[in-house]
Design a protein around this ligand. Structure first.
Ligand code: NAP
Length: 212
């Protein structure tokens, strides 16, 4: 198979998939690091619509997660955002997203780098058509410090050979921790861009009686 490194005219497109509930500086640093270290032409943020693996009631409205992602990425010229999964009916499957995106570019002109969390990648065998995902794209597995990327060795070689581990120190920030802090009335200043922080307050997100 030909690769972007063998053919410098082939563009490398980052596809940053996540629930982004909310998006935070860890995600943004990961995307920026992938952009520079992998020589990407751009990074396309794709907030999930209805995640296949999560209880719908646990996840904030897709429009809120989309708006926060837009607010967080608007000042970076090589970050773009797609409504593809948000506007699609039914559950969001990564393989369908990549399949559709392939039609946006001339055949053979791009290589996709699907960027997401290491934990999500370790669960990839439970996703729809994981071998196809590995055939359509490189899979960038972003980890927090202390996470063990050796667990990737357990994946079948057909998938493992497409996986690129990427450790990001700032990813110690987590969406779960931000939601928990908001629920407790604690500060989230400097964990997410300030427009995201103010959007959370304005829409009164992350207030649950049973906590996070
Ligand atoms: P998740 O379970 O919410 O996240 C798993 C871990 O990865 C969390 O620690 C999370 O941190 C981190 N993470 C998530 N997205 C990240 C990103 N882009 N960069 C760095 N770290 C990231 O997983 P998810 O967000 O729902 O799903 C991740 C992606 O996998 C999405 O694009 C989703 O559509 C895809 N997925 C597809 C299928 C399928 O096709 N069947 C199934 C599952 C997931 P934070 O909590 O701080 O974000």
């Amino acid at each position: 198979m030909s690769t972007a490194s063998q053919h410098p005219h082939i563009r490398r497109i980052g596809v940053m998939g996540g629930t982004f509930d909310p998006i935070h500086y860890g995600h943004l640093v990961a995307a920026e690091e992938a952009y520079f270290s992998l020589g990407l032409a751009e990074v396309l943020f794709v907030p999930t619509g209805t995640p296949p693996h999560k209880d719908r009631g646990q996840v904030s409205a897709a429009e809120d997660r989309y708006t926060m992602t837009l607010l967080a990425t608007v000042d970076n010229p090589h970050f773009k955002i797609s409504r593809l999964e948000i506007d699609r009916e039914g559950t969001s499957h990564t393989v369908d997203t990549l399949r559709e995106m392939r039609h946006w570019y001339a055949p053979g002109s791009v290589v996709f780098y699907f960027i997401t969390g290491l934990d999500a990648v370790l669960d990839i065998l439970n996703w729809k058509e994981p071998e196809e995902i590995a055939a359509f794209s490189k899979i960038v597995a972003v980890s927090r410090p202390g996470y063990n990327p050796h667990r990737l060795e357990d994946l079948p070689s057909t998938i493992r050979r497409s996986v690129i581990p990427l450790e990001i120190p700032l990813l110690a920030i987590s969406s779960t921790e931000i939601r928990r802090r908001v629920n407790l009335g604690r500060s989230i200043r400097y964990l997410a861009p300030w427009p995201v922080e103010h959007y959370i307050y304005k829409k009164a997100l992350y207030h649950r009686k049973d906590g996070w």
